[in-house]
Design a protein around this ligand. Structure first.
Ligand SMILES: *Cc1c(COP(=O)(O)O)cnc(C)c1O
Length: 348
């Protein structure tokens, strides 16, 4: 049968209430792309789980199909979220699909254009907050406690349930869990979901457990520093978060899996974004953090990838944040429309 989305494929493994009414854009089922060249350099078997290929361009769709399906079933009319961008676009799309009103709060001036455009295109009411993502999330929590408006941030447990599906897919594709899973950590919903998913699948199918490498940006690394960061700063806007809602669970996932949470610099994130692009995979900056962490620790000798099977999660598509590439690029050469001009330029 044709693919019908993650609730259809994995619904029995997700803890969702009986009133849930599936709203799907056929999210999930993303490819696990081998990186043989880089894998050879590192001496490991390396794969990218390319979550940028979800319907709205990020993994957020896996959790959003679950959260919106539950909200619809409970009779919600309006959903709200705080977002660094991708949650906004995803909430907006799934709300549009089901005829709900969507309100999204974003930190003023700090959301990449491709994400903001998505939220607007899908018809969400977008509000800029003079503050950080964390400030916006506090407002969302308060208004959903005082009204019937449904919260669809990853504090919502159904988001976590839906996002477990990525771990199931990886185990199904490899026939077992990888040795390591490397991924960016912002609000820490995704690392929480992966660990829960791998544990559940291991109990069910003895698929094994990966060690988890969670990677934050150095300017927004509360879980590495051990305290909240009041003014988080990084080019990786999707993980520009100073008070992760699921910080404790992220640390648990790292500890229980015998993994770790580390930080990488913006320069490392951007150079890794280019390395991925050189393998044909263009991701937004935050999405390069997992591989950046793996490569940084391998370079210092603190991590030995040799002989391992490693999956890096690339959480969002490069098209979300084109400015980060075009800004650092000189604009393309301009030539007259003649064969002579073209040939003398490229046939040197
Ligand atoms: C949301 C997001 C993250 C961070 O995920 P958390 O669950 O908040 O830790 C990383 N990368 C991208 C592209 C995202 O959209």
């Amino acid at each position: 049968m044709a693919y019908q989305g993650i609730l259809h494929r994995y619904g029995q493994l997700l803890d969702l209430p009986a009133h849930t009414q599936p709203v799907s854009l056929l999210e999930g089922n993303t490819p696990l792309i081998p990186l043989p060249r880089l894998g050879r350099e590192l001496g490991c078997e390396l794969f990218v789980k390319f979550e940028g290929l979800n319907p709205t361009g990020s993994f957020k769709d896996r959790g959003m199909t679950a959260a919106i399906s539950e909200a619809v079933g409970r009779g919600a009319q309006t959903v709200i979220c705080a977002s660094t961008g991708n949650t906004a676009a995803s909430a907006a799309a799934y709300a549009a699909r089901s005829g709900l009103r969507a309100i999204v709060l974003i930190p003023e001036g700090k959301v990449a254009m491709g994400k903001l455009a998505g939220a607007v295109a899908y018809g969400a009411e977008v509000i800029q907050v003079q503050g950080s993502f964390d400030d916006a999330l506090s407002l969302v929590v308060e208004i959903t406690q005082k009204t019937q408006i449904a919260l669809v941030n990853s504090i919502n447990p159904y988001r976590i349930e839906g996002q477990k599906s990525a771990a199931f897919e990886i185990c199904d594709d490899l026939t077992h869990a990888p040795d390591w899973l490397c991924l960016p950590v912002g609000n820490a919903g995704n690392i929480t979901s992966y660990w829960a998913g791998f544990k559940q699948y291991n109990q069910l199918k003895a698929s094994g457990l990966p060690q988890i490498l969670g990677v934050q940006a150095a300017g927004a690394a509360p879980l590495v520093l051990g305290h909240p960061v009041d003014k988080p700063e990084t080019v990786a806007t999707a993980i520009r978060i100073g008070r992760p809602a699921r910080g404790e669970q992220a640390i648990e996932a790292a500890q229980e899996s015998n993994g770790m949470i580390i930080a990488v610099s913006d320069a490392e994130i951007l150079s890794t974004q280019r390395i991925l692009a050189s393998e044909g995979i263009w991701v937004e900056p935050a999405s390069a953090a997992g591989l950046a962490g793996l490569m940084a620790r391998t370079a210092t000798g603190e991590f030995d990838p040799r002989g391992k099977k490693i999956v890096v999660v690339c959480t969002g598509h490069g098209l979300k944040d084109p400015a980060i590439v075009t800004e650092s690029f000189k604009s393309p050469e301009v030539i007259p429309a003649t064969y002579l001009a073209l040939s003398s330029l490229i046939l040197k």
